[in-house]
Each structure stands twice: as C-alpha cells, then as structure tokens.
Ligand binder design. Structure first.
Ligand code: IMP
Ligand code: MG
Length: 184
C-alpha cells in the first residue's frame, strides 16, 4: 500500500526532527512546567511523539479547531471547542499544531488563549506552508517548511483519512481517492 505514496518526509526524518524540536523546547523551558495545548485532530500523533521526548514537567490540553470541512481548501472562519474549561492563566503555554497553512487557525487559537492570560504563549508546528499564508503568525518552534502541496499522514488527513500513515506524503489525485473509497 505504501509504495504508491509520494513521500515528502520519510518516517526517519520525521522522528529525528521531532526529537530535535523536543530538545530545543526542553532547553528553552528548562526548569519550568509547560502546558502544551494541542490543536485537534491533526496534531495528535505529533503531540504523542514530541511529549515523550521532552525533559520537562508537561500538562496536556486540547482544543478542537474546525475550518476545513472535508475539502482541501479552508472555509475561512475558524471554530474552536474545548472539552472542558481551559485555564491557561499564569502558565507557560505552547500551542501545538500539525501544519500552518493560511495561519488563521493558529491566529484564532492564539487569540483564544491570550485572553486567558497565560504567563507566556509560544507556538510550535510540525509543518508550515509559507506560500499559503494569509495572516502573519509567528511559529516559534517549526519542524519543516514545505511547498504548497496538500499533504497527509503523521496526523494530517484528507476527509478524515490517512492520519495513521507514519510518514508525510503528497495526496495523490483526490478524485482517485474518492473513487477508491466509494467503491469499498
Ligand atoms: P490554516 O488555518 O489555514 O493555517 O490551516 C490549518 C489547518 O488546516 C491545519 O491544522 C490542518 O488541519 C489543515 N491543513 C492545512 N494544510 C493541510 C494539508 O496540506 N494537509 C492536511 N491538512 C491541512
Ligand atoms: Mg489541524
């Protein structure tokens, strides 16, 4: 199944870079307790791998952001939901996302958290597509910059699929994917 994918970042490179990011983050927050706010669902696999390599006391919170629906283009407005009350007040908070595309999701989550008065607020993303940026957001800890192509795997999905691939791959012709899934 894997040989048909056009791999953009192989598993080994992902692992190595995630470990490096964890070291950078651990060095930056040394001696502090860190609250990681993971943006669901795309950052789940990244979150799991990253926190295992952090040498810090870590709290994990999640926030669900919806902007994509089932398509490949953003729908503009970002909706946010939290499973419970998010208390970020006085904490060192690091927002974790899978990919920064237009920047709107990260901007919305930053705004949401800033209003809760954290002690500090930084951002971390596995991937960034700078060519697609519509609002300027700072990514303090970034895994990889990639070209403007729709990618899946390692948490990233297309219409809810392909999140469990262990590598990042470019989506093959979406019409093939739809035909394939509807013939199941
Ligand atoms: P933004 O708000 O446009 O920056 O979009 C961020 C969200 O869109 C990410 O957290 C992803 O969930 C989704 N997204 C953007 N580009 C891709 C992609 O290439 N593959 C899968 N999801 C993507
Ligand atoms: Mg996402």
């Amino acid at each position: 199944m894997h040989e048909n994918w056009q791999v953009v970042i192989p598993e080994k490179r992902l692992k190595a870079r995630v470990k490096e990011l964890a070291e950078e983050i651990s060095a930056y927050y040394r001696g502090k307790e860190l609250t990681v706010v993971a943006i669901l669902s795309g950052s789940l696999i990244f979150l799991g791998d990253l926190v295992k390599s952090l040498s810090l006391d870590v709290k994990i919170e999640v926030i669900k952001a919806t902007s994509y629906g089932n398509g490949m283009r953003p729908q503009g407005e970002v909706r946010l939901e939290t499973p419970g009350k998010m208390t970020a007040a006085g904490q060192d908070v690091l927002i974790l996302d899978d990919i920064v595309d237009t920047g709107r999701t990260l901007e919305a989550v930053q705004k949401f958290l800033r209003a809760r008065r954290p002690k500090s607020l930084k951002t971390c993303a596995l991937l960034s597509k700078p060519a697609r940026r519509e609002v300027s957001v700072k990514v303090d800890f970034l895994g990889f910059e990639i070209e403007d192509r729709f990618v899946v795997g390692y948490g990233l999905d297309y219409a809810g699929k392909f999140r469990s691939l262990p590598f990042i791959a470019a989506l093959p012709d979406p019409s093939l994917v739809i035909r394939h899934s509807s013939s199941q």
